[in-house]
Design a protein around this ligand. Structure first.
Ligand code: ASP
Length: 439
């Protein structure tokens, strides 16, 4: 058994958290490769080290003094080392780093140092070797990950080490320039390392006990999801449920390696397993997620169904404006294009005019302020009546459904509602599908 184990920023934010991490690693011998994030927030008003690093970059870019954020970063690392009673062994590296910023180091290089130094501290504390991901993770000149090359290089890097700590979030180009993933990218590093190590499990340790069935800011104490398939997760994260960086799924999924989301602050909780296939599901619905900020264009034209190329012409107008559509519910004589409202703002009228010219509709109008709610669950395929229950729950609350879209996978039903009904609808759907005693 081989596990790759990644710790997020809050799990490595202080010496106290480092001790929890070390206990987790030591408790299970199969936890062999450890991927570390930069120190995150210790309390809600705290600043992440990555944000402090980015402040240094921005201040220096406008020729302002960056000593304040820089010394905050230094003291955070020094404090962790002092409390863990290990030497702050890279004082000189830190002085050099200060000069590097002064000499115009790139934004990505500067941002990457949070992970770099934190992983060194963790390696020292665990007495594991430190392996630099700049030597394993390869980006092309445009900053795009070269996944196959990365897989080969990482496998080589790991080959001679049974255990190691690796910094998350960054890699380098073949010329050796450090590049980073987008924010939260240490999740991707963990996934790449798991793939290269041919791990049996990728454990992703964070500060929540897994993916929750609904947004806890709206539904009070929602249940954690025990097991979710990659496809369900994709649907839920598209709708805003985020516990993992979206791109972290692909490397492990390809190799059939499951991901286990765990809580560093509650090791007794088994968290959420993310798997390719799961036979049984705990209930009909795995999770409910939603987002505000959508708009829709309703297009109506008699005999639309017989008009060859109608849909293409509509989509071409959007494509020419570089607007992507989110959903396309349609009727015999109607077609609705659901879009992100942000893509519409400022050119609504032009867009309508162009569509009028392209397809001469009988009627066309724009609806703004929509939200979408997705009810996702692999258990839905074999459960007749799910849609009826969903619509019934909304009807009971007198919520008007503006649109319905059921994916062909029969794994999700998406409803579009007025934005003002969002919170009420989410609560009603949750109460309908999650049995009371489990709430
Ligand atoms: N430290 C980086 C961030 O704050 C990457 C990560 O934590 O995954 O986004």
């Amino acid at each position: 058994m081989l596990k790759v184990i990644k710790f997020g920023g809050t799990s490595l934010a202080s010496a106290e958290q480092f001790r929890k991490v070390a206990a987790i690693v030591r408790e299970d011998k199969s936890r062999r490769y450890v991927v570390a994030s930069a120190p995150g927030k210790r309390f809600s008003s705290d600043t992440k080290v990555t944000d402090l690093l980015l402040s240094c970059y921005r201040l220096h870019r406008v020729r302002e003094n960056f000593d304040e954020p820089f010394s905050c970063i230094r003291s955070r690392f020094e404090e962790i080392c002092a409390e863990l009673e290990i030497p702050f062994a890279f004082g000189e590296d830190f002085d050099r780093f200060y000069q590097e910023i002064k000499n115009g180091a790139t934004e990505e290089y500067i941002a990457s140092r949070g992970e770099h130094f934190n992983a060194k501290i963790l390696a020292e504390f665990l007495q594991f070797p430190f392996l630099d991901t700049a030597e394993g993770i390869v980006f092309d000149e445009n900053g795009v990950l070269m996944e196959e090359k990365t897989n080969e290089n990482l496998a080589l890097l790991l080959k001679n080490h049974t255990r190691a700590v690796l910094p998350g979030f960054y890699g380098a180009t073949e010329k050796g320039e450090v590049r980073t993933f987008s924010r939260g990218g240490s999740d991707i590093t963990g996934s790449l390392v798991a793939r290269a190590a041919k791990a049996d499990l990728y454990e992703n340790w964070t500060d929540v006990s897994g993916l929750l069935m609904a947004d806890p800011r709206i539904v009070s104490s929602p249940k954690a999801i025990e097991c979710v398939t990659y496809r369900e997760l994709r649907e839920l994260s598209y709708m805003g449920a985020n516990v993992l960086h979206e791109d972290a799924i692909f490397p492990v999924r390809r190799e059939g390696i499951p991901i286990n989301i765990r809580n560093t602050n509650d090791t007794a909780a088994t968290g959420t397993m993310i798997v390719e296939n799961a036979e049984k599901s705990a209930g009909i619905v795995t999770g409910i997620a939603g987002k505000k900020g959508f708009g829709a264009i309703y297009i109506e034209k008699g005999m639309m169904n017989r008009e060859l190329g109608f849909g293409r012409r509509v989509l071409e107008v959007l494509e020419n404006r570089k607007i992507s559509f989110e959903h396309l519910p349609s009727g015999i004589d109607t077609m609705t294009v659901v879009l992100n409202r942000g893509d519409l703002v400022g050119h609504e009228n032009e867009l309508i005019r162009e569509l009028q010219m392209a397809v001469q509709p009988d009627r066309i109008h724009l609806v703004e302020n929509l939200c979408l709610i997705a009810v996702v669950g692999r258990g839905m395929i074999n459960s007749p009546g799910t849609a009826a229950r969903l619509f019934g729950a909304l009807a009971k609350e007198k919520i008007n459904i503006r649109m319905i879209d059921q994916g062909s996978s029969e794994m999700n039903i998406i409803v579009a509602l007025e934005e003002q009904d969002y919170e009420k609808a989410l609560k009603a759907i949750y109460a309908e599908f999650v049995p009371e005693e489990e709430n």
